[in-house]
Structure formats: structure tokens, C-alpha cells
Design a protein around this ligand. Structure first.
Ligand SMILES: Nc1ncnc2c1ncn2[C@@H]1O[C@H](COP(=O)(O)OP(=O)(O)OP(=O)(O)O)[C@@H](O)[C@H]1O
Length: 865
């Protein structure tokens, strides 16, 4: 039949049909030895990958854009496309082109998105790659986090604030939710994440349960403790659905759902995780806590440590268990050293085992898995006489899986090739037929060498060689100098610049024998390898248990290592209501100090009944923020079961740590507005308990001075008067007016960070001392920063003038900001708030200084309570 005018090629018709199923993904379309992209995909690929964009004829239809790359570069290019935020569908040839007439069958074999990736190049060893699903229910929000590369699946539900904290802790590479909830998601969580929306029916209870029951082969989700958490179930179901949607049907390595329970962990909201720089520094090239503490030896340990940091324990027994273990590991130094040596030789068991059902594990990785299991034998042996409960538990969990280990070692050769079809994967002696075929292949090869020698002698061509290529198989190569010696019965196949290539009937006869054997060897080796993988599949669960146990052991060994290396001490974590730190240091700053400088240590006591609120003043750059954060970090580390940077520390059990930093510290992410600062502060005040620790760093500075003082003042008032909670609070400020509060409240104490003035220079002593400070030396810091001398002189002049003036504070300046403060801060006192304002209006405001006005305000409030 004649082609109609606009008819495209069959290849493009096939491409169009497949692309229609993946409209929002870049389709990598395998054609021979290349992955090609067409049309809009080609434009993207050429831009992102820097490959040439060309045009190609498409039958009698319009020309199309085209860009491609060799198939063996897939991983490299995939990485670039996904990192650039694209979803990629890999479309492979599903038949051998040699055996098919006409167009080869093709289909998408894998879809890669930022949150669904198993390719090594896309993954970071020490970081999980989580896909998250979020579902807003009627009363709760559900979330699930799934890492297909490790098989871990977590689920939780609760308030949006809780889910926000979990999102900050797990830092998913991609978040999915229902299309209809898009606006809600943006309003609640902003645009911090790479997101993708799915149809609403996927986020339903029945569908989620159906998909989860089927996958886990259960009738309920009780075993995972999430049966009643409908929104969490929906989210977990959505993640599993998404994996199947992205062409990942083999998920036997996802063996459980782990419930995350808010009450099990010391609570830190997302602002605290950010402000304390737990996972990431807030400044470019700065160090985070994880960057300092992570001395783990395995990827499992490194990933787990990140979770231990954002989910510190809240259970005294479990904290002590970890501390006891760290102490024991330090004491038993020889055993610890041996454990470390064996752990170093363990591969990424979690990710290796996850590749089994996905059929992505190569022979070399199978061998790595076996060698890791051999280390398990040695580690288990070393733990056999462990004295602490935790090490005994780990000893019990370790299982070298002897049967499969022996099978791998018996069947896979010592140094196998990466690709199963390359030959040499299976050892000799495993399969009789394979051995016979190998004998033929090798003797054939030896024979070819003999031919080479014989022909060389017969023709007198010394440089003659037998070689092979894919086009005409085995051939004889003769350099141009000896061309004239070639016998007449040789058939010339190719002429090169310096040589000619020939074949002979004898050569072809042997070639058939050898290649026949080699083909059979390849088929047999792949069969045997597949059978081994099938057997290995039965061991997914025990190997995962090993991986988890080794991850925990690694974290504990890391704590022991840090304790010795950084001179950390065991904290005494008790159920008291105070925090008493002796010679505390900031774990991150102290490691980053230039050589020769030492960190100035400080003692700090926060006590619910005596020293509940500390107002900390001192010059700019003196170390206020460092002291605040080190107190929070020491408390947090103690709750992780780690030793701490202090000579001694008594840490009362803490259930929540809140940190807030004045707005101008957080200029990134569009979160620098004063409103955000106030929202954050309001959310602390509404969530406090007697075991909470609050770190406030220059709260109120995001607005005018009077507004700021008023807010800071009323926050301290409020926290002090919060009976019976009395949350322990550290408040650093440049508002020296707040020092007045010590006289007003029994549990508010002033401290300052000392400095010394030598001539016109300030030396920071960084020691904490009782009493408030009156100066911030901001102008001095400006001078150090290199401001021009004229500017500095002028600033000093203005400062002197201001200090000598009596600045009256119009009462509106005090009252107005209070209106601005979120009403939620005054939730319990909303009537009081109204009364305060009435009383305020009756005062002759023009006569008062700001501080007097605030005292008045406070008095009025007290009166009304
Ligand atoms: N105890 C200490 N020992 C040694 N160096 C310290 C100590 N405390 C702080 N520093 C160093 O001083 C720098 C400034 O400290 P920090 O940011 O805590 O000052 P600050 O008083 O909060 O300043 P500002 O009021 O300007 O925000 C830190 O980055 C650190 O390098």
C-alpha cells in the first residue's frame, strides 16, 4: 500500500504511543546502541545534558528534533536529568533485534523520579532518598516516607506542625499528594519540596488498605501499629501505589511499616532542627552537627545517625542503655578496635539487599554481600560475651545466614565481572555442563593460537595474529610489509591503513565451535546466576535485620569514638527538672576553631525552681548564640545516648526543645518576616510543658526597638508566670532593658558574657558571669568588620547623643506592638489583654521612658491575673 503523504515512520508511531503514557517524563527511547529523545524531550535533553540537538526525517511527516547518547552512558545522563528536576522514563527494547523482523517491541522498564531512584549514581551513600506522601484528613494529617533503595517505610499522623517537623527531619527528595490538596499543601508547607500530584482516588482508605494488605500479605495493619491511623495508612498506600506506577513492581524488600510515634522522641519542631543546624548549616560552607558527629563506618550507620539526631530518645531506660553501651565500648578498647575493623569491611547491606528483588544486583555486589556476611560472623563472635543489654541484643539479631553465604561462596568466583553476561561469574565445579563447555571454548582458543603460530611459520609472517571482531568474527591480520606473503586461498575481508585482515575456511570452522560453546556458556551462567538470586531472595528479611543491627552498632561505636577523640563525658540523665552543665562546649564550633585556639568553656545551670529564665546579654560576637546553642546541643546529645562536650553534665529529662532566632538571622527562604518570628514564638508558647527547654536568640529584633522590647518583655513575663510548667528558658538579647526583669521575677536571672577593654580595643573573654551587661559594642564590631573610620566616628557621636537624651516613649509605641503579637500568645488571657489596653490608655504616657512603660504594663497585667 502506498504511504499517505503525512505518514510517519513506524518507529515514531511506536514512540508516540509510549510517550502518551508518560507525558510529563523525559522518555529515553532505546534504539540500537543509543538512547534517543525526540521532540520536546530532545530539547530538554540537549539543554540539560549538553548533547547535540539535530533534526531527523520522519517518513513523510514533519521533521522531528532528536538528541541521543550511547546506552552505556545511561547512569551518568540519568543522574543529570533527575538532578535537574526531571522525571525520566527509560524505554528499552524488549526483544532481541537480531531475532525480530520489523519493529522491535519496546516498553518502559523503569521510571526514575527524584524520590524513586535505585541507581547508585543518583544516591548518596550516607543519606536516605525518601519519597514522602502527605494526606490531609479531617482531623489529622498523615505522612509516609519510603526509601526504595533501602526498603524502609515509615508512617505517622498528627497535627500539621508535627508532620512539618517530620518532613524537615526526613528531608524527602519528593513529596506526593492528591491533586485536590495542592493548594492546601502549598499553604501549609510552602514550596520547599519537589512535589508531584496524583489522582484523588489513590488517597482513599479502602484503596490504601487493599494495596498494603496485598503487598504485606496480611488482613490488617495491626502488626505495624497503624491499623487505626487512617491518614497514615492512606499516605503509606499512596507511596506503594506510586512505586508501582513508576514501573517498580518487585518490592519484596519492603518488609514492614515502621510507625513513628511523637511520644517516643524528644520533640523539636522544624525551626529548631534548622536553627540548631542539626543536619545542615544555615550558612554556606558551615558545618552541621551531623557533619561533626558522623564518624560512622558504614552507610547504614551514617543514615541511622541522621535519624538518631533528629529523633533523640525520651525514655530514660533506653537513654541509659545507650550510654552504658558507649561506656562499655570505651572500656573494652581492644574489642572495640576489632569491631571497627570488621565493620569497615561491611558493604551497604541495606541497599545491596534491596537490589535483589529489583534484579539490579550484579555479581560483584553479590560477592560484596557475601563478604559482608562473613564480617557478621566475626562481629557476632566479638559480641558473644558482651556485658551490656544492648550489645547482647545486637548479638542476638546478627545472623550470618550460613546457608546462602556458603552457596554464594561456593558458586560465585572470587573476583566476578560486574555484568552477569560477561562470563566467569560462576566458579568451576558448580555445573558439569558448564565445565565441559568451558573446556571446549578454551581448547578452541588454544587451537586458534596454534593456528596463529602454524600460519606464521608457514607464511614467514612473524607479526601475524589471530583476532576477533563482531563484524566478521575471527580473522588473521597481516601488516602491509608482509602482504605479499599471503597465500592465495585466504579471503581478504578488510583493508586498514597499515594492515589487511583475512579469514580462512579452517578458521571459520573452529570459530563456529567456539562461539557456539561461548553462547551456551553465557546462557548457562545467567541461568545459574538467576537461580542464585532467587535463593537469595529468601534471605531478604534476615539480611535486612543484620543491616539494621550493624547500623545501630555503628552509631554506638561512633559515639565511643567521638567520646575518646573529642574528650566528651558521660552525662547523667535523670528525671529531675534542671540542667546543670560544667565546662560546656559547642561541639561544632570547637572542632572548627583555628589551630592554637581553644574553646572557652562555661558552666550553666537552668533550674525550674531557682534559675528558670536566664537573660543573657553581652557584646556582639561575644558568644551568646554559641552558649545558647551548646546548651541545647548538649541536652540533645545526652538524649541521643551520646557522651557530651562538657566535663560533667546533669541533664533533666527533656521532652521538647524549642529554639527561635530573631528574624534577621534567617534571611533565606523568604522566612525573614517579623510575622514568621511571631508565629514561631506563638507556637512555642502554646506547646510548653514542665520538661521543655526554650532557647530564644534576640527575639523581637525583627521590628522597631520599642516593639521588640515590648514583645521580648511580655514573653519573659509569660514564661516566668507559666505555673506549673516553668519551662527552662535561655534568652539572649541586646535589649539591656530586659535586665530589669530580674528585680521583678524571682526565677529570672541576668548573666552576661565578659569582655575586656584594652585601650580602644575589646577582647572577648567569652566567660559567663552573673549580672547584665549595658553595652553591645556593636560599633566596635562594625569597626572590626572594616567600616570606614569616618562612619565609625559618626556612629559613636550619635550613640553618645542618644545615651544622653531622655527618650520619651509615646504609649502607642508600646501598646501597638502588643496588638501585633499574635493573640495566641495571650490565649489564656484574652480578656486580660483587653483590660490591659484600657488601663494603659489611662496612663499619662508621654512622661514615661520605655522601661517605665513596660513596668507599668507588667504591673497592670499582674493586677488583673
Ligand atoms: N566559648 C567560645 N570559645 C571560643 N570561641 C567562641 C566561643 N563562643 C563563641 N565563639 C566564637 O565567636 C563567634 C561569635 O559568637 P556568637 O555568634 O555566639 O556571638 P553573639 O554574642 O551571639 O553575637 P551577636 O550578638 O553579634 O549575634 C562564634 O562564631 C565563634 O567562632
Amino acid at each position: 500500500m502506498a504511504k499517505s503523504k503525512s505518514e510517519e515512520t513506524p518507529l515514531m508511531t511506536q514512540h508516540k504511543a509510549i510517550k502518551a503514557k508518560y507525558p510529563d517524563a523525559v522518555l529515553l527511547f532505546r534504539v540500537g546502541d543509543f538512547y534517543e529523545t525526540f521532540n520536546e524531550d530532545a530539547v530538554i535533553a540537549s539543554k540539560v545534558l549538553g548533547i547535540v540537538l539535530t533534526k531527523r526525517a520522519n517518513g513523510s511527516a514533519a521533521y522531528i528534533d532528536l538528541a541521543g547518547f550511547p546506552y552505556h552512558s545511561l547512569e551518568t545522563y540519568l543522574h543529570k536529568l533527575v538532578k535537574a528536576g526531571h522525571r525520566v522514563a527509560v524505554c528499552d527494547q524488549l526483544e532481541d533485534p537480531k531475532t525480530v523482523k520489523g519493529i522491535v517491541k519496546r516498553g518502559v522498564t523503569e521510571m526514575i523520579t527524584p524520590g524513586v531512584a535505585v541507581n547508585d549514581k543518583l544516591l548518596e551513600n550516607s543519606t536516605n532518598n525518601f519519597l514522602a506522601a502527605v494526606h490531609f484528613g479531617l482531623n489529622n494529617t498523615g505522612v509516609a516516607f519510603l526509601d526504595i533503595s533501602t526498603g524502609e517505610l515509615f508512617a505517622a499522623q498528627g497535627s500539621t506542625e508535627y508532620i512539618d517537623k517530620l518532613l524537615q527531619s526526613f528531608r524527602p527528595a519528593e513529596v506526593i499528594f492528591a491533586k485536590q490538596q495542592q493548594k492546601h499543601f502549598r499553604q501549609t508547607f510552602g514550596s520547599r519540596f519537589y512535589t508531584y500530584t496524583l489522582e484523588e482516588w489513590i488517597f482513599t482508605n479502602n484503596y490504601a488498605r487493599e494495596i498494603l494488605h496485598k503487598h504485606f500479605e496480611t488482613h490488617s495493619l495491626k502488626g505495624f501499629g497503624i491499623e487505626d491511623l487512617t491518614d497514615a495508612v492512606i499516605a503509606a498506600g499512596a507511596t506503594m501505589h506510586y512505586l508501582k506506577d513508576t514501573e517498580h513492581p518487585h518490592l519484596q524488600h519492603i518488609t514492614a511499616i515502621q510507625r513513628i510515634d511523637q511520644d517516643d522522641f524528644l520533640w523539636m519542631d522544624r525551626f529548631t532542627i534548622r536553627n540548631l543546624e542539626l543536619l545542615q548549616s544555615t550558612v554556606e560552607q558551615g558545618r552541621s552537627l551531623i557533619g561533626t558527629l558522623d564518624n560512622t563506618l558504614t552507610p547504614m550507620g551514617a543514615r541511622l545517625l541522621k535519624r538518631w539526631i533528629v529523633f533523640p530518645l525520651r525514655d530514660l531506660t533506653r537513654i541509659h542503655e545507650r550510654l552504658d553501651t558507649v561506656e562499655d565500648l570505651i572500656k573494652e578498647a581492644d574489642r572495640t578496635h576489632a569491631l571497627q575493623q570488621h565493620l569497615k569491611a561491611v558493604g551497604d547491606l541495606e541497599r545491596l539487599v534491596s537490589k535483589i528483588p529489583l534484579r539490579k544486583i550484579n555479581p560483584r555486589e553479590v560477592m560484596q554481600l557475601a563478604r559482608s556476611l562473613q564480617q557478621v560472623i566475626a562481629i557476632k563472635e566479638l559480641l558473644s560475651n558482651a556485658s551490656t543489654g544492648l550489645l547482647q541484643e545486637l548479638h542476638g539479631l546478627l545472623d550470618p545466614c550460613f546457608t546462602i553465604l556458603e552457596k554464594i561462596l561456593a558458586e560465585i568466583s572470587d573476583n566476578p565481572p560486574v555484568l552477569a553476561n560477561k562470563g566467569g561469574v560462576i566458579r568451576e565445579g558448580v555445573h558439569a555442563e558448564l565445565d565441559d563447555l568451558r573446556a571446549i571454548a578454551t581448547s578452541g582458543k588454544e587451537y586458534l593460537l596454534r593456528i596463529q603460530q602454524q600460519e606464521s611459520e608457514a607464511t614467514g609472517i612473524p607479526s601475524l595474529k589471530v583476532a576477533f571482531n563482531n563484524v566478521f568474527g575471527y580473522y588473521l591480520e597481516v601488516t602491509n610489509t608482509h602482504k605479499n606473503k599471503v597465500p592465495a586461498n585466504w579471503i581478504r575481508k578488510q583493508t586498514l591503513a597499515n594492515a589487511e585482515r583475512y579469514i580462512t575456511p579452517e578458521l571459520k570452522e573452529y570459530e563456529e565451535k567456539i562461539t557456539g560453546a561461548e553462547d551456551k556458556i553465557q546462557v548457562l551462567e545467567i541461568q545459574l546466576y538467576d537461580a542464585l538470586l532467587l535463593a537469595l531472595q529468601e534471605y531478604i528479611l534476615p539480611i535486612q535485620r543484620n543491616a539494621q543491627a550493624l547500623g545501630r552498632l555503628d552509631c554506638l561505636l561512633c559515639f565511643a569514638h567521638n567520646a575518646v577523640q573529642f574528650k566528651y563525658r558521660r552525662p547523667n540523665v535523670t528525671d529531675a527538672y534542671f540542667i546543670d552543665i560544667k565546662d560546656g562546649r559547642h561541639p561544632v564550633i570547637e572542632q572548627g576553631l583555628p589551630t592554637g585556639e581553644t574553646y572557652v568553656t562555661n558552666d550553666l545551670l537552668l533550674h525550674q525552681n531557682e534559675q528558670q529564665v536566664i537573660i543573657l546579654t553581652g557584646p556582639n560576637m561575644s558568644g551568646k548564640s554559641a552558649l545558647l546553642r551548646q546548651t541545647a546541643l548538649i541536652t540533645l546529645m545526652a538524649h541521643m545516648g551520646s557522651f557530651v562536650p562538657a566535663s560533667a553534665a546533669e541533664i533533666g529529662l527533656t521532652d521538647k526543645i524549642f529554639t527561635r532566632v530573631g528574624a534577621s538571622d534567617n534571611l533565606s527562604g523568604g522566612e525573614s518576616t517579623f510575622m514568621v518570628e511571631m508565629n514561631e514564638t506563638a507556637s512555642i508558647i502554646n506547646n510548653l510543658t514542665p520538661r521543655s527547654l526554650i532557647i530564644l536568640d534576640e527575639i523581637g529584633r525583627g521590628t522597631s526597638t520599642y516593639d521588640g522590647i515590648s514583645i521580648a518583655w511580655s514573653i519573659v513575663d509569660y514564661l516566668h508566670d507559666m505555673t506549673p510548667h516553668r519551662p527552662k528558658t535561655l534568652f539572649a538579647t541586646h535589649y539591656h532593658e530586659l535586665n530589669e526583669l530580674e528585680n521583678k521575677h524571682s526565677r529570672v536571672k541576668n548573666f552576661h558574657i565578659t569582655n575586656k577593654e584594652v585601650g580602644n580595643k575589646i577582647i572577648f573573654l567569652r566567660k559567663l558571669a552573673p549580672g547584665g551587661s549595658r553595652h553591645s559594642f556593636g560599633i566596635h564590631v562594625a569597626k572590626i568588620a572594616g567600616m570606614p573610620p569616618q562612619l565609625i566616628d559618626r556612629a559613636n557621636e550619635i550613640l553618645t547623643q542618644l545615651e544622653s537624651q531622655h527618650i520619651a516613649a509615646p504609649m502607642e509605641q508600646i501598646a501597638a506592638p502588643i496588638q501585633k503579637v499574635q493573640l495566641s500568645i495571650f490565649d489564656a488571657h484574652s480578656d486580660t489583654f483587653k483590660d490591659i489596653r484600657e488601663k494603659l490608655e489611662s496612663v499619662d504616657i508621654n512622661r514615661l521612658t520605655p522601661v517605665e512603660a513596660l513596668l507599668k504594663l507588667s504591673e497592670i497585667k499582674d493586677l488583673l491575673q
